[in-house]
Write a protein that binds this ligand. Sequence first.
Ligand code: AMP
Ligand code: GLY
Length: 424
Amino acid sequence: MKILIVGSGGREHALGWKLSQSPTVSELISAPGNPGLAELGRCVPIKVDQPNELAAFAMREQVDLVVIGPEAAAAAGLADSLAKVGVPCFGPSQAAAELESSKAFMKDFCARHGIPTAEYKVFDDAIRAKAYLGDREPPFVIKADGLAAGKGVIIAETRREADAAIDEVLFLKKFGTAGQRIVIEDFLPGEEASFFALCDGETAIPLQAAQDHKRAYDGDKGPNTGGMGAYSPAPVFSDVVRDQTMERIILPTLRGMKAEGRPFVGVLFAGLMISADGPKLIEFNVRFGDPECQTLMRRLKSDLATVLLAAAKGELKNAPVLEWDTRPAVTVVYAAQGYPDEPLAGSVIRGLADADAIDQVKVFHAGTRLDEDGTLRANGGRALNITAIGDTLREAVDRAYAGVAAINWPGGFCRRDIGWRALG
Ligand code: AMP
Ligand code: GLY
């Protein structure tokens, strides 16, 4: 199989790393890729939101499967463009991607299909939105409708803060057009987990759960980020919770999307709050989590290429059961100083090979670039993902931080407490 991976993050490097171990994969191409992916195959400079260019390239190269990494590619209609030229694609159509690209669509969809999620209402009018708060209890959860790089959620402890948040999003356009509409929803108590299922439009097969660390600094302090670290499995996600999640959330979503003419193909990522009465849906994403994906790829033993192709072709029903390493995996995100607000660009990173040489440690590239003379530099916020596996989570975490210690990057920082909740 010749596979094209679309994206340039740590998630895509981890997918590429796993795919390149497959005996069924003959060539891996990335668009636009990164220095880690460049070690696995060609990188072509086509952007993720250029569906027609990507489809033309895939057809010209006679690619057997396109794997969509980021939501931006799906939301831009890449799967639709590929369908037109007959190239199999692992990733959702533009219409199916609305589960992530419009929170209002997602909430209304859940209401139509009885999927457990927080009570909510959608507004484009600040006065009505503020009046609604009068009937609710704090904390108030206010979300921009559209894609806002994981930053479009404000949790307000007081009415004043909530009113200010509504004004910032609707009037001051803090999130641009993503905030033309807002969703206000009730706060869900509990512990969060990310769960993933592979879907082919009709059949879903469960992957594993992971836990992410969204805040920038130790102790879950500081601004929200795309994720500063993750571990899998997630202890809070028991087999009972997994079965409840499949029965109450994933399968009804798959049936509902098909019935509404938007069959979902790709990986469905359920952001969950695990409460006393089972899992509640916080959000859907239509792609692997980053950095959760890196931990899943470290634990997956089965052939990834075969199962992604089966999903793309609507043949998951006959796919073999996936096998997983039962040992925990962890990933620590090493980010440029200043991330997420103003990441310092271009600082030099050294010592990657030393980190990679540590037993059970693998470093994935995210926002990095390589100078012509071979110097590696930061290129964006989250630059590296140091992943490790161990007999215990403690062992995996210690190995990952040994990897961090081997890297010489004065311009970077990472959280020092990844996994704290599960380590106790
Ligand atoms: P989202 O972008 O929807 O995943 O939201 C970002 C983060 O805000 C989530 O990971 C949760 O920690 C938090 N959050 C979002 N919605 C709720 C909610 N209804 N109740 C509690 N926390 C929430
Ligand atoms: N790490 C969370 C996400 O990918 O959205």
